[in-house]
Write a protein of this length. Structure first.
Length: 150
């Protein structure tokens, strides 16, 4: 079986002004010809210094930012050639998990709201059964229903 995720020669650059008062711009290469395969059941950790392009790579893989060049295939489906509606449907299966929980979770939101939002957006649940689905998710990770409103 081939890779679940295959990335080939992925590149992303940004143009930035040399100074705040200058019209001259310089190009910064943030993601530079990244290539890797990720097989089902395996884990890939992205490690690097602050500002090295880890988050930009993740945003490109999710197509939250469009890469300048390269190929991203998910189960042999070229993500860069998908229409927006197909991409929206596929995002149910592809998600980013950030190391810092404050980057991922809003500490001001209750757990029920954090769980309900994607369930409703991706039409996995509706208003009538969203709490039931949220409780099911809590049980799947070993938490009880009391955690829902924390």
């Amino acid at each position: 079986m081939g890779p679940m995720l295959s990335v080939s020669e992925l590149e992303k650059t940004y143009e930035v002004r040399k100074t705040a008062f200058s019209n001259k711009k310089t190009t910064i290469r943030v993601v530079d010809r990244i290539t890797f395969d990720l097989h089902k059941g395996k884990t890939l950790g992205i490690v690097g210094e602050s500002g090295s392009g880890k988050s930009t790579l993740a945003r490109c893989l999710m197509l939250l930012e469009k890469p300048d060049s390269g190929v991203i295939k998910f189960f042999d489906q070229d993500l860069l050639k998908l229409k927006e509606e197909s991409l929206k449907s596929l995002r149910k299966d592809i998600q980013i998990i950030f190391q810092d929980p404050y980057s991922s979770l809003n500490p001001r939101k209750k757990i029920v709201n954090t769980l309900s939002e994607p369930l409703l957006f991706h039409q996995i649940a509706n208003r009538q059964n969203v709490n039931e689905k949220a409780v099911e998710i809590l049980h799947n990770v070993g938490l009880d229903e009391d955690s829902l409103y924390k």
